[in-house]
Write a protein that binds this ligand. Structure first.
Ligand code: C2E
Ligand code: CA
Ligand code: CA
Length: 733
């Protein structure tokens, strides 16, 4: 849209228009100059033609004047008098008027006298001018007939005629002058010839300020730029021309005006070009910012990867490909396993850095045609086109492997790991959005079963999710009705005496019957019910604790619960409300809670202990088992995970681990308890390793408070008398 408005596309026509305008301007300038030159030349030509004629007339008049003066002086020669003509007319005229040749033609037309260059010469010299002379004389005779009888003195004008003549020696002005006549008869005529040469032209050039004025004899071709005035003979035939270099005001104008005009044009072009460039840069910026806005709309700002919107588009296309060309594709959903810990511990900047690093790793594992999108948080998706089950599994495995590698952030090295859920789409039987949901379900399955793996979508996962959703609703109702119960499991010391009880949540579903907390606790965490459930357990355990004033009650606290900001104040409030002593309770947390050295968690744990509670580290040995956590966190007890106990006597390593954990606990001055003790052999091995406090089916299953009451009563009654019997009772509970 915007690109259509780009000056880039306007440039060609605009530049064309400018070039045309410059062309027209220069053309007009040249045209005007040319016109000015042409006009100046025409003017000069007209002026010179006129001036030339005037000059000829002057020359003729000078001759006439001289003749007339002589005539007045000596009014006697009526017929041809050669001697007088020579002395009074020809010689003085040759001297003063540049007359080169002079002839006296008598009344009958015969040449009576001839002079050349001031000296008398043969009369046949006239032959050269005869043709012109005869025509001039004829004209004079015609006039003479008209004026005959007048006194010469009364005559205003001399009778005279002149014309140009072309001879071998060049051009001449031939003038015929009537030597006066007062009688009724013809008078002789004097014919003079004056050369039209440079001497003649000098004054003319001077007078009219002409440059390089020359005379041209005959019709030789003249250079085009020369101005000219044609010269004609007595009958009007062109016999030559005067020519000169005309003034060229236009050319002069061009010469002075053109450089500044060209400079001006160049400057305008430069300004235009600069404006165009700026305009284009602005437009380019606009296009770029539009592109940026579009990019932002379809990409994640942090990683630059496509976002959900673009992913949906690519999924649609992949779906289209399956429909048309039957090329299967895979959708992978990727979740970083311990992202939240890093984010909580090192801050958002480290979290961002981790996301970017993970994004790069994911991109590096994929092909260029695949679409890698960030869905938000620590979730990514890959649309792997044109693949099969094998190819999809290979990519998923590669992703898991890459994400399992340690990542170096500016805050240090972290191990996070990633889980991948994927689905292979071979037929266009589902909607594009469903592919993503399927991959997400598979991812969910991975997360549920321990993370750090990949898992293909299977149709039964859909059912599982529906089940979970229904379970969430039911749990919500159950909590509202306080339909949950607590079971207590005894914890015994080395002598078999009950020293504590672990409170464990129990839920009997109206349709499904008793459900394991291993199933509904994660559901509660997922849908935000863990807070309600957690405080239900705490309140109920606090209340039940009054039944057993001598026993310590252990209560499980989930990591999600502990991260809630108001957990500690609400816990303190509950203590006040129920009026119990915190020192009688032990809160069980898992190692995951401690991961990442989160100051908020650290604080919460410290405050919990300040309230009087003791802290036990549950499922010890299965998680990250970092010794440094143990040293740094205010923990009182560690609870060796059931997995090690089960393997006691089966797996040598288990014995070694248990021994090591007990030593460690002792070194750190922590109490230690073993859970999941089911056999006497396990109990004995634990005792040998130094762990005397135990919990497990061997001593009692989790049971309702009434059963615990009975158990305790039996314990006091029989006391050390029949411990085996007691155990049998507890076991059956
Ligand atoms: P846990 O804290 O590790 O609790 C011990 C689990 O092991 C209990 O399962 C208990 O019944 C079982 N158990 C005890 N002795 C033996 C034994 O000798 N053999 C075997 N096979 N199992 C034994 P339960 O009650 O199903 O609880 C499962 C998990 O649910 C608990 O593991 C705990 O993490 C969680 N949970 C239970 N109640 C609550 C609660 O109120 N709040 C929270 N946050 N979590 C709870
Ligand atoms: Ca526990
Ligand atoms: Ca446990």
């Amino acid at each position: 849209m915007l690109e259509k408005l780009l000056p880039r596309d306007l440039f060609a026509p605009a530049a064309g228009a400018i070039v045309l305008a410059i062309g027209v301007l220069l053309g007009a300038l040249f045209f005007v100059a040319h016109r000015a030159d042409a006009e100046a030349r025409t003017h000069e030509e007209a002026v010179l033609a006129n001036g030339f004629n005037v000059r000829l007339a002057e020359m003729a008049t000078a001759i006439a004047t001289h003749v007339r003066q002589e005539r007045v002086l000596r009014d006697r020669v009526e017929s041809a008098d050669a001697a007088w003509t020579h002395a009074a007319l020809a010689v003085p005229l040759a001297a003063s008027q540049d007359v080169e040749l002079a002839f006296l033609i008598d009344e009958d037309g015969a040449v009576a006298y001839a002079m050349q260059m001031g000296a008398e010469t043969r009369v046949d010299a006239y032959a050269r001018f005869g043709w012109t002379g005869d025509r001039l004389i004829a004209a004079i005779r015609a006039v003479e007939a008209g004026v005959m009888g007048e006194r010469p003195a009364e005559r205003a004008q001399p009778v005279q005629s002149s014309a140009l003549a072309s001879t071998e020696d060049g051009l001449f002005l031939v003038t015929a002058t009537l030597l006066s006549n007062s009688r009724l008869q013809r008078a002789p005529v004097m014919v003079t010839a004056q050369p039209i040469n440079d001497d003649f032209l000098f004054p003319l050039a001077d007078r009219f300020l002409l440059n390089d004025l020359r005379v041209q004899h005959g019709d030789v071709l003249l250079a085009a730029q020369r101005a000219r005035a044609p010269l004609t003979d007595a009958e009007g035939t062109i016999i030559g021309a005067l020519h000169w270099q005309p003034r060229q005001p236009g050319a002069a104008l061009l010469q002075t005006a053109l450089p500044p005009v060209l400079v001006l044009i160049a400057a305008l072009c430069a300004v235009g070009l600069a404006l165009y460039r700026r305009g284009r840069a602005t437009a380019d910026n606009l296009v770029a910012s539009e592109a940026r806005a579009t990019h932002l709309a379809y990409h994640d700002a942090l990683t630059g990867l496509p976002n959900r919107l673009l992913l949906a588009d690519r999924l649609g296309r992949a779906m289209e490909d399956v429909r048309r060309r039957r090329t299967p594709f895979a959708v992978h959903c990727i979740d970083l396993d311990r992202f939240k810990d890093v984010n909580d511990t090192f801050g958002h900047q480290a979290g961002d850095e981790l996301i970017q690093l993970a994004a790069r790793k994911i991109v590096s594992a994929c092909r260029t045609n695949d679409t890698i999108a960030r869905l938000g948080g620590d979730e990514f998706a890959v649309v792997q086109i044109d693949t099969d089950a094998n190819g999809a599994a290979m990519l998923a495995e590669r992703l898991v492997k890459l994400l399992a590698e340690p990542m170096d952030l500016s805050v240090g090295r972290v191990h996070i790991g990633g889980s991948v859920g994927l689905t292979l789409v071979t037929e266009a039987t589902i909607e594009a959005q469903d592919c993503l949901r399927q991959a997400d379900l598979a991812l969910y399955r991975v997360k549920e079963s321990g993370r750090g793996r990949f898992c293909f979508f299977e149709p039964e996962m859909d059912a599982a999710v529906r089940f979970r959703r229904a379970l969430q609703d039911d749990l919500h109702d159950a909590l509202a009705k306080e339909a949950l119960e607590l079971a207590y499991q005894p914890q015994v010391d080395g002598t078999g005496r009950i020293v504590g009880l672990e409170a464990l949540a129990r839920w009997t579903h109206p349709e499904r019957g008793p459900l394991s907390p291993a199933l509904f606790i994660p559901v509660a965490e997922e849908c935000g019910l863990i807070d309600t459930l957690g405080f239900f357990t705490l309140r109920r355990a606090f209340e039940d604790s009054r039944r057993w004033p001598d026993l310590k009650i252990a209560i499980n606290i989930s990591a999600t619960q502990l991260r809630m900001k108001d957990f500690v104040p609400r816990l303190a409030e509950l203590l006040t409300q129920t009026g119990v002593d915190a020192r009688r309770f032990e809160l069980e947390i898992t190692e995951g809670v401690l991961l990442g050295d989160d100051p908020v968690t650290h604080n919460a744990l410290t405050q919990i202990r300040e309230l009087g509670f003791t802290l036990a580290l549950d499922d010890f040995g299965t998680g990250y088992s970092s010794l440094s956590y143990l040293r740094r966190y205010p923990v009182d007890k560690i609870k060796i995970d059931r997995a090690f106990i089960t393997n006691l006597g089966v797996d040598r390593e288990a014995d070694a681990v248990v021994t090591a954990i007990v030593r460690l606990a002792r070194a750190l001055r922590l109490s230690v308890i073993a859970e999941g003790v089911e056999t006497t052999e396990q109990r004995d091995r634990l005792a040998r390793a130094g762990c005397s406090e135990v919990q497990g089916f061997l001593f009692g299953r989790p049971a309702p408070p009434e059963t615990i009451d009975a158990l305790l009563r039996a314990e006091t009654e029989t006391d050390a008398e029949a411990p085996e019997e007691l155990c049998a009772m507890a076991r059956s509970a």
